[in-house]
Design a protein around this ligand. Structure first.
Ligand SMILES: Nc1ncnc2c1ncn2[C@@H]1O[C@H](COP(=O)(O)OP(=O)(O)O)[C@@H](O)[C@H]1O
Ligand SMILES: [Mg+2]
Length: 231
């Protein structure tokens, strides 16, 4: 696939917070291309730069050096970001929370609500529509966050540790919801996680360590090199 086919093209992108002695390099020159149909995991421990990298991919942060471009997208609205942690608004019920991105985008309320109900059904949360965020569990809230992105029908879904604080079974259901959402809309899916079991359910894996991104393939090459085999 040529670079022109890429939905997101991240080339040697770095992100540094702060200046001088207090500077923190959250991402060292990272290279990554996202294409339609990709199911990609970015695996790394807390503080390794996963959220920073996703924010670069989403255009929420400007790279300190290098570039992030979106050759295959018509705009950043084609990207749906599931934020790490709570993202539901306490005063809005589940269907209103799910419709929120569309309503903010100017979609008439009736149509936004209809799309939201459809998206909630896809992630198996239709029965929660009238509840408030305080009346649902953490796993249910993450499924609602997935439904919100699904309602937006983006071309790329970026999910930041969507299963982070969930037990294994609940996390697995949230991942099902995201995979279903991506399959339904034909979106590329990028999931950050520290859980190898989550990463194993995606088709391509990259590792993040101390701000450095390595693809699964180059990890294999390194291992081969260490073993003294031709790589
Ligand atoms: N807004 C910020 N200001 C300063 N440092 C930050 C900021 N956001 C993240 N960092 C630092 O950048 C590094 C990577 O953080 P982050 O991308 O959140 O990692 P992860 O998502 O893998 O836990 C950490 O050292 C973190 O403290
Ligand atoms: Mg993070």
């Amino acid at each position: 696939m040529s670079p022109a086919d890429a939905l997101i093209d991240c080339q040697d992108a770095a992100l540094t917070f702060g200046r001088g002695p207090n500077a923190v390099v959250a991402v060292h020159g990272a290279g990554l291309r996202i294409h339609a149909g990709d199911r990609l995991a970015i695996v790394g421990p807390s503080g390794s730069g996963k959220s920073s990298l996703l924010h670069l991919l989403a255009g929420l942060e400007q790279p300190t050096s290098g570039t992030v471009t979106w050759p295959g997208l018509s705009g950043l609205r084609d990207i749906g970001l599931v934020f790490q942690g709570d993202s539901l608004i306490p005063a809005l019920d589940v269907v209103e929370n799910t419709a929120l991105t569309l309503v903010l985008d100017g979609v008439p309320e009736g149509r936004a609500r209809e799309a939201a109900l459809g998206a909630l059904a896809v992630v198996g949360a239709a029965d929660l529509a009238d509840r408030l965020p305080e009346e649902i569990s953490g796993g249910q809230a993450q499924r609602v966050a997935a439904a919100r992105v699904l309602a937006q029908a983006p071309r790329v879904i970026l999910a930041d540790e969507p299963t982070g604080r969930l037990d294994h079974a609940t996390g697995s259901r949230v991942l099902d919801a995201l995979l279903t959402a991506a399959n339904e809309t034909g979106a590329a899916l990028v999931v950050t996680t520290h859980d190898p079991a989550v990463a194993a359910r995606l088709t391509e894996r990259h590792t993040m360590r101390d701000g450095r991104l390595t693809s699964a393939d180059s990890v294999d090459a390194d291992t081969a090199h260490r073993l003294g085999e031709p790589s």
